[in-house]
Design a protein around this ligand. Structure first.
Ligand SMILES: [Fe+2]
Ligand SMILES: [Fe+2]
Length: 278
């Protein structure tokens, strides 16, 4: 059970941090999927409900463990949670298949949303496996891969918000469309940088990449916060669940937190060190 170059305390802290964040996210996905099914889809609703309870329980246990918990206990917990994440991933992909083959006409989850939440489940599962095997990506690779993943997530969020706002909210719909275009462009830039690996992995290029993405994510985060508050105060017309508005806001905060860590590691110019600092 090699833990790579992270210490055992850090292994426990990072594992708990990932599980506390993503188990709540997985729990909420189950709620959103359940709400989008039709009345007659009782079996799918039950399955979604079962996942809600599974991740609610995982979330509760993750908060009960302390940073001084035995690393072996946490390793077993990570394995258990990664299996649950794989199972919810399979459920989401099955639902996507049903929607794309028009087996659930009238259900209200966008196919892109179902694909999106399955990508988040896959990410969560991979993070846990990485932590457990100690197979952490070198920092320059992590910077590119995390950005490719999260920029696409942010681009999708802008599209969901734009399509779930009432069409009469013309100004907000337009703002969401602008964010969608901005992030699509950032996704392309990130995949360009990725294809230029390893030559593109210089400190100046990676720093500029992180800084530029950070500016856009901060502005999208502020937009989501405003939207969330307006929805909570019932000041705008939409079919956005208040919890979904908060959910996408929290995911932007998570991305910013990761970008900040990259920024700090890069400013220490520790890029040649074979360790990932997030
Ligand atoms: Fe999510
Ligand atoms: Fe998301």
């Amino acid at each position: 059970m090699g833990k790579g170059e992270i210490g055992l305390n850090e292994f426990v802290a990072r594992s708990l941090d990932e599980i506390r964040f993503w188990s709540r996210i997985m729990k909420e996905h189950s709620l959103f999927l359940g709400l989008g099914f039709r009345c007659e889809d009782t079996q799918l609703k039950e399955e979604a409900n079962r996942f809600y309870k599974i991740f609610e329980d995982i979330e509760r246990r993750a908060h009960e463990f302390q940073v001084n918990t035995d690393p072996q206990t946490i390793q077993a917990f990570n394995t258990e949670v990664s299996i649950a994440a794989t199972q919810i991933w399979a459920f989401k992909r099955r639902v996507l298949g049903l929607i794309l083959r028009c087996k659930l006409p009238g259900q209200t989850n966008f196919p892109l949303l179902v694909d999106h939440v399955s990508r988040e489940a896959n990410y969560f599962r991979n993070r846990l496996i990485e932590l457990n095997t100690g197979n952490l990506e070198p920092l320059p690779d992590a910077i590119i891969d995390e950005n490719v993943f999260f920029l696409k997530i942010m681009a999708d969020h802008a599209k969901f918000i734009g399509h779930l706002l009432d069409p009469s909210e013309r100004k907000l719909v337009e703002q969401a469309r602008e964010f969608s275009q901005d992030f699509d462009m950032l996704v392309f830039q990130a995949t360009d940088l990725s294809s230029m690996r390893p030559q593109s992995q210089t400190v100046p290029l990676l720093s500029q990449f992180v800084d530029e993405n950070k500016v856009s994510v901060q502005s999208l985060r502020d937009f989501k916060k405003t939207a969330r508050d307006l929805i909570n105060e019932c000041r705008i017309k939409s079919i956005i669940h208040p919890l979904l508005a908060d959910h996408v806001f929290r995911e932007a905060e998570r991305f910013l937190f990761i970008l900040d860590m990259f920024e700090r590691s890069l400013s220490g110019a520790r890029v040649d060190k074979k360790e990932i600092l997030h």
